[in-house]
Design a protein around this ligand. Sequence first.
Ligand code: UPG
Length: 328
Amino acid sequence: MTWMITGGAGYIGAHVMRALTGAGERVVVLDDLSSGAARRLDPGVPVVRGSALDGELLARSLAEHQVTGVVHLAARKQVAESMARPSRYYADNLGGLGTLLEAVTGAGVERFVFSSSAAVYGTPDVELITEDTPCAPVNPYGETKLAGEWLVRAAGRAHGMSTTCLRYFNVAGCAAPELADTGVFNVIPMVFDRLTRGEAPRIFGDDHPTPDGTCVRDYVHVADLADAHLAAVRRLSGKPAGDLTLNIGRGEGVSVRELLTLIAEVSGDDRAPLVEPRRAGDAPRAVACARRAAEELGWTARRDAREMVGSAWRGWLAHRSPQPAEQY
Ligand SMILES: O=c1ccn([C@@H]2O[C@H](COP(=O)(O)OP(=O)(O)O[C@H]3O[C@H](CO)[C@@H](O)[C@H](O)[C@H]3O)[C@@H](O)[C@H]2O)c(=O)[nH]1
């Protein structure tokens, strides 16, 4: 089998590429390097430089590399940007996926793994989010992920393709400094960025209905997430498997205050945080029930929050972004 990884030069895609090649899978990367970084690529892995919106290139590359399965990660992923530019998100995330699925089914590819997100759930008021928790996204990014899942399942049913949708919770850390997340769009890099500038980290609300008043999230190490993709690929490589949708998280909540304590320990910078008003659209708590992934894939996350923060800090020191391209 040969797996095409779209977005393989991105933060998550490069970790997936390493997990698959490290386990002996044959891989080809498709990436237009618009937000991915060439330094994350592996010289031993062929790269098609182009976009998932380019149907002709896709058809040619799938045939040339005899691709038998696709892991689709290439997408826009900033919530705030999706609210400012919804049509761009719909066009790129769903347009790209539609074009890719046309090419993939036309080429007879029988296995497809889709990068989805906990953003499909919106802000449910539950202790643990299961895959049966109703989906009610609260921003265009989450909407494109939910509609993307529908598209993937429909194509699977129509063309006899086995599909797996992985709903990632809060992804953090890195397996090696060169693979680090260099964008400043999530809490850990946002706090690192503040500390590096000599500013206090911010807490968006300490009056949430949670034990310490700050938001609780399910942080999952990107290397564990990559292992989940490997497990999904292995499962699909066996007998035809229909469609499957899985939460990918640890099933454990970490509050913003707990995270800041870990960051202070790792960075050696323990300045007191500033408490700011709540951020619009933030759920007080978003923690996965991770049981179905354990049952279906035999996968559970192994790395804890300290390992995520420590590896993220080392990656930040090595490759921090001078200035993100656009801030919202
Ligand atoms: O300086 C900061 C930055 C963030 N937060 C809080 O930290 C938590 C995590 O925020 P963030 O890292 O922005 O993640 P989420 O808002 O939980 O969303 C992330 O996780 C979702 C999946 O659960 C993905 O869909 C999104 O793409 C991804 O941004 C939230 O409670 C924020 O209010 C702070 O208190 N201070």
